[in-house]
Design a protein around this ligand. Structure first.
Ligand SMILES: CC(C)(COP(=O)(O)OP(=O)(O)OC[C@H]1O[C@@H](n2cnc3c(N)ncnc32)[C@H](O)[C@@H]1OP(=O)(O)O)[C@@H](O)C(=O)NCCC(=O)NCCS
Length: 187
């Protein structure tokens, strides 16, 4: 049983498990999901399982990307969370296409931001989104991040970067995004 990191009204965000491999393969097999990410499909379920077994972020940093699970059904919707890269903490997410458009990314990303500031004591969270990825930019903005700069990312110049500092978001707002944080003994 994986340790649950946080939960929202409709979602549970928990650490990846090796048994998420098939769902991760399916996620990265959809060209629409990968379109603006620079990610590649996994070569096999075994390769995805090895990736998940070796996933270093929780141990190294105390946080990472988390599996996003629908609380009502237990479905693996995708992933969302925080990743330390080159001294910065990056907000990111990917959802299976069948779960787009229901506000799940915003809900998971806001919980991640709230957790980062309230529980982890981070000073700043950044995000990057290719300019045509309007859905992702909307999610980023709904998490309180604002345009910061155009910079290089994954061998591409001019990628929009966004940022927010801990003190730029009211604690009450953050607490409302994190209102359901708990460690349920189910799932
Ligand atoms: C980005 C992604 C996670 C969004 O997931 P989602 O669950 O549909 O997001 P939400 O429903 O929480 O919010 C999407 C917002 O974008 C808006 N939106 C969606 N498509 C849009 C478009 N083409 N133009 C403008 N706004 C758009 C929605 O209306 C919604 O805003 P609203 O709530 O104010 O109406 C999903 O599209 C995805 O997994 N994409 C592939 C992976 C990816 O690109 N990840 C980000 C890499 S930077």
């Amino acid at each position: 049983m994986a340790r649950v990191t946080l939960a929202t009204a409709r979602l549970v965000l928990r650490e990846f498990e090796p048994d998420d491999a098939a769902a991760m393969v399916e996620l990265n097999s959809d060209p629409e999901v990968l379109r603006y990410t620079g990610d590649k499909p996994f070569e096999s379920v075994e390769a995805a399982r090895r990736f998940l077994e070796a996933y270093p972020d929780y141990r190294a940093n105390g946080f990472g990307r988390w599996a996003v699970i629908l609380a009502a059904t237990g479905d693996f919707a995708g992933w969302c969370g925080l990743k330390r890269v080159d001294g910065e903490v990056d907000l990111g997410y990917r959802l299976h296409r069948r779960f787009w458009g229901a506000g799940f990314a915003t809900e998971a990303a806001r919980a991640s931001v709230a957790h980062g500031f309230l529980e982890l004591g981070l000073e700043e969270i950044i995000a990057r989104a290719w300019a045509p990825n309007l859905a992702s930019i909307r999610v980023i903005e709904k998490c309180g991040l604002r345009f910061w700069k155009l910079a290089r990312h994954f061998d591409t110049d001019g990628v929009p970067h966004f940022r927010v500092g801990r003190h730029e978001l009211a604690p009450e707002l953050l607490r409302s995004w994190a209102a359901c944080q708990r460690t349920p003994d189910t799932l």
